[in-house]
Write a protein of this length. Structure first.
Lengths: 229, 229, 229, 229
DNA sequence: TATGAATGAGTTTTCATTCAT
DNA sequence: AATGAATGAAAACTCATTCAT
């Protein structure tokens, strides 16, 4: 569903005057019927993410999504099989968007520590990892426990993500710069970032993004600079 | 709600023959009316935790809880204001139970690294932190974003928990054995355990408890043994 | 149910410090078991009248009545067949109480206009016709439309009441002091007092009792002093 | 809610073969979707009035209303916020309907006694003041004691009604034809009609409409023709 | 007598889905 | 494609009544 240029066509987070954030579409309503149709479909996905972030999957009603997307209730059926399908597509969009953003910004052929540093900057200090996206993210993730469709979406994403991180730490390890067990280091790091994101998704005021990033950098130092094994 | 001896009166997790886990009450149905009443109330809480772990808060119906507890639907009203109140009480029970267990098993006046090692053992290798409890735990936690009652329960718990961890790392710091910033170390550690628990709650086969514990021990080594600042 | 001396044993209306009125029992809890039992039964009737006045018959729950009477929920069954029976008994009590009060205070062998004047004073200017009693009264009356038991209670009361009024106007008529049709005068008067009570029962501030009484006196003047037929 | 021509579009009372009365819609189910929707909403209001007249507000279930209106249970939500909102709308309809009917039939610039006579004829001898409407009317009115929404509806209606009556009696007074206090006469008259309606609403066989009207006419005579003050 | 735990039928409310226009 | 009226199943909530103690 996510297309190459989805990120360029839309801004899905906006700083509101009151300081909160909000998914919005930056795209002007297009002219041709075909474009309008596609645009409305995307509006439905955005509205879904926003609702899920604000109230959770099961508190979100079709009525709310459609009214937020300024379309009629029945339109859901034209673009999606049902509410469940819409949820899965919205979750996919989120994963694809995160993934695309990291792919674009974090180059794996850099110096591995530099790349990891970049990753941390990218994931904690940009609009891509904001409280709204994170809230939707964790709502979907928790729900995936009882939802095979969502489970599949996350499985694929997680494999990619762990592989990505693996590549970076492995290169550090090969350069002799990692003084701990590779897998355990990766699991420690991935768990820690999950935990940080989770806490931020529940209470965005708990840490500043900068502080969260600096916690990650302490982690890198601790795992790279200690006495040889 | 949680009483001094709640852990002694009940075992709330059981390895089923098929390998899954299940909340059960180890107590025999008592004799006196007063005890039976209290016992049934507890059964309702257990049934709630089990349902929430299996299907999430909003997928759990009152009908399911009561039939699992072998009581009539109306009894909920007798002991709790409504479904929401029951959920909050169940969440409190979980928090109190975790807390009591750690308080009982992890002595803060030990050598801090020993105490932390103990904490890790306690939290990853005992029936208290099992996939069922964790699943309920995260369901409640995620739901707390949109639920002020749950938010309050977690706030109180989290203050206690962070304070607990703080005491341990602070003593290590004072002994000159912590070579990183105290607060960042604590946040890194707490986030990492949250992340490990979260992943285990979604897929209990991802890591063995022993592996999760060893990841934590690597963390301790990394943060204690590296080159002086 | 109502006994000869029910009015002497109890005060069922009390001016609260805040200006509102409230049914209370003036009787001290008696000593002997037999008296206590009777006393509790009366407390249940009072509590019922108060609840019905405040919230209407169908908004009043057994739980509320018993907690207001400071008895356990199950006690209702010992004294009354069920909730419906309690309502009917409470309604009867009210009718009997009104009736006894008028019987006691309005002597039919006085001069008829004096007796009617007395009736008006009695029914608008005493604690017996207060907003609480009236509110319960009309709640029961409206409900009697769909309740044969209540219908019967009111039928009996109304026959007595109309007969009472009839006697008074008839004597005025026989004295040549009534210049209108006897039955129509009676129906006009009874309807007017019903209407006044109804309006007072819904909004006690609408008229002062004195004003309501003076409206009645205007009525007497109008129907007695106009030009001969 | 009530539109200019609601009375023309519908007959809401029908003499059944068995002698009872029944709200019915005289309108044929219309053709266009918009009209059908509006028609169904009105059917729901009619069904509500009928149920309330027959059983009272709290005895009336949503299920009964919708089955009487031949629509599904869920449609209530489509047109009204909830059951309470439907009740309020039905009450408003009743008030508006009474008011429109009187406005249409009773001209205030006639001779005041003629207008009052007309009012009496209109309110006791037409289908607009029938036992069904009156039963619903008093059910709502009594309920308004505990219902702020209904209270508001009645307040507005009552202000109009008393103002209307005031105009008529005031003109009689100015013509020197009223030999009693103006306000007390009005309150006596309004109370008397309330009482007559109330008694008719509880037992329609108590008086014939003609008799009730003649009672009112006696009242006019008594209050207009007696000896000068 | 008196209690209050327990029941379960009855009712309202919610909301995804369907479908005629 | 798009609308929104209409449906009805699912769920929570209410509460009179029952009954063991």
């Amino acid at each position: 569903m996510a297309t190459e240029n989805q990120s360029e066509n839309n801004i899905y987070r906006n700083e509101e005057p009151n300081g909160s954030t909000r998914f919005v579409s930056s795209r002007i309503k297009p002219k041709t019927q075909k474009e309008i149709t596609e645009w409305r479909k995307r509006e439905l996905v955005f509205a879904t993410l926003l609702c899920v972030a604000e109230k959770g999957i099961h508190q979100t009603t079709v009525e709310e999504i459609t009214s937020r997307a300024n379309v009629s209730r029945g339109l859901i059926r034209h673009h999606f099989k049902n509410k469940q399908d819409l949820m899965v597509q919205a979750c996919k969009y989120l994963c694809d968007d995160f993934r695309m953003h990291i792919d674009k910004n974090v180059k794996t052929n850099d110096d591995p520590w530099k790349a990891l540093d970049h990753l941390v900057t990218t994931t904690f200090e940009t609009p891509y990892f904001n409280d709204v996206s994170l809230a939707a993210w964790f709502s979907f993730w928790i729900a995936s426990r009882n939802d095979d469709d969502l489970k599949l979406v996350y499985k694929e994403y997680y494999e990619w993500y762990r592989g990505y991180i693996h590549k970076l730490f492995e290169r550090a390890d090969k350069l002799g710069q990692l003084h701990t067990d590779l897998d355990q280091t990766i699991d420690a790091f991935v768990s820690m970032t999950d935990g940080l994101w989770l806490e931020l998704s529940i209470d965005v005021t708990k840490y500043s993004p900068e502080y969260a990033a600096s916690v990650c950098r302490e982690f890198f130092k601790a795992f790279s600079q200690r006495m040889p094994k």
